[in-house]
Design a protein around this ligand. Structure first.
Ligand code: SAH
Length: 452
């Protein structure tokens, strides 16, 4: 190891920053976050840097001199003058003050790592100056995989330190209690800022107990890049994944490699799983101590039967959390270039099911035909003729624009645009693959220019 990683307490200590431009600004921002007192020395100092340190330091206009090192615990050289940077480095080394010269590892005794700040948790990545770009890349991976709520978890455990010390004076037992907590549903509860519920899991009775939990996760409409960060974090940690037919293979590939994956949807050629069986499976697996991720297309609470699954979990006291997803309406509209609302054309959006029963779609048509709104029909392809007929019969113009989006947000996305009058014929001559979403309203006739 060429460097010793340390977390340096600079609170209320003076740090010298030589330089007054943007590079200095970025370092000062970080130093201020760490509550240091800043002394900036530079011939010229930008206005925003002055503003930044207004309450937390002083600006000295002029050239660097060795006396500026008096009483400082750290020096940062951020000037564009190599000779000055070398001089600062030499002086600081002579005075045994840690020094960082921006972008000059050979002149540094300390290097700023790339950091992910979820205070009190601070994760730092350094490459000993070898490749700062790679440090930043690794930092971004950490940023995406470590939940924001890790701060809450750390603060929760910090708040319990004294209580735990009294309750479990044996440090070995105390460690086991905390370890058991971290692999229990209590961890997720603390992350989600539900400390009172988390408490039940911080107990020596919990050591060796495996209690499962269920995550109801929205997988978005198809493009795996539309998964939320939280969805990816849980996909990486779940033991079992139960997924629907709407979940794309590319999305599944984001899951932990060794997670057990089971298809529980309806797909031709496969036996479909009844909702009650899915509910029972969720309960059974969680009771076996598994972290079960129920992955649903789009958003779990929009035509996703998420509500029914939750009821089953609540009845059995299984801990769960729901992670929203981008619903088909949002994904398809965005990728087809259709703004769902528009100042001039549409002041509200309706999400309705277009699923026909005996060939007829029955909905509150009088409501749906009122002007200045967008109607999004889920599950509507089979009922398309009925939908158009009903809208026209209830007074909507035959010329009202309509768009049918097939396999939205995936590489196979197709968009058919027409009017209530023409779309039936268009779909008959260009068969579309499911899933398809139907969007009706003036907005469906707007610009095509963003189409993928
Ligand atoms: N929970 C899902 C909807 C489930 S209902 C969500 O929030 O998106 C299933 C219907 O969603 C399909 O019949 C279709 O109308 C729509 N749908 C889902 N994914 C789609 C996609 N990629 N492209 C077009 N429509 C889609």
């Amino acid at each position: 190891m060429d460097y010793l990683p340390l977390h340096f307490n600079v609170k209320d200590q003076t740090v010298l920053v030589v330089g007054g431009g943007d590079v200095a600004y970025r370092k000062v921002e970080l130093l201020i976050a760490a509550q240091a007192v800043i002394r900036v020395v530079a011939v010229e100092v930008t206005g925003r840097l002055r503003d930044l340190i207004a309450d937390q330091g002083q600006v000295i206009i002029g050239h660097y001199e060795v006396k500026h090192l008096d009483d400082v615990v750290l020096v940062v050289a951020a000037t564009s003058d190599d000779a000055v940077n070398s001089q600062i480095s030499m002086d600081a080394h002579a005075a045994s003050i840690p020094v960082n010269v921006v972008d000059k590892p050979e002149l540094c005794s300390v290097i700023f790592p790339a950091i992910v700040d979820r205070s009190p948790v601070i994760m730092s990545v350094g490459t000993s100056g070898a490749t700062p770009v790679m440090a930043r890349y690794l930092k971004s991976l950490l940023d995406q995989t470590i939940p924001e709520g890790i701060s809450q978890l750390a603060n929760y455990l910090k708040g319990k330190r004294e209580v735990l010390k009294t309750q479990y004076p044996d440090s070995n037992l105390r460690r086991k209690v905390i370890e058991a907590f971290l692999s229990s549903p209590g961890k997720e509860l603390a992350i989600n800022n539900r400390p009172d519920e988390a408490d039940a899991y911080l107990d020596d009775d919990e050591i060796g107990v495996v209690q499962g939990e269920v995550y109801l996760v929205g997988a978005g409409p198809g493009d795996p890049d539309l998964l939320t960060l939280r969805a990816v974090q849980l996909l990486q940690s779940a033991d079992v994944i139960l997924y629907d037919n709407l979940v794309s293979d590319l999305v599944l590939q984001r899951a932990r490699r060794d997670a057990y994956k089971e298809f529980v949807g309806k797909r031709s050629g496969y036996k479909s799983t009844a909702q009650e069986d899915i509910n029972a499976l969720l309960v059974r697996l969680a009771k076996e101590g598994k972290r079960v991720l129920r992955l649903k297309g789009g958003d779990p609470f929009i035509f996703g039967r998420g509500g029914e699954e939750i009821e089953a979990l609540v009845a059995e006291k299984i801990p769960f959390q729901v992670i929203p997803g981008i619903s088909a309406a949002n994904g398809c509209a965005a990728y087809a270039g259709i703004p769902l609302t528009h100042r001039d054309y549409s002041q509200s959006v309706r999400f309705v099911t277009g699923h026909p029963k005996d060939g007829v779609v029955s909905l509150a048509w009088d409501d749906l035909v009122s002007p200045n709104q967008t109607i999004v029909f889920y599950m509507g392809l089979g009922g398309l003729a009925s939908i158009c007929e009903q809208l026209i019969n209830h007074g909507m113009s035959q010329a009202m624009p309509i768009a049918v989006v097939s396999k939205g947000t995936t590489p196979e996305q197709k968009v058919l645009r027409g009017t209530l009058e023409t779309i039936g014929g268009q779909v008959a001559s260009t068969p579309l693959e499911t899933p398809t979403l139907i969007i009706v309203g003036e907005v469906a006739g707007l610009s095509h220019s963003w189409s993928v």
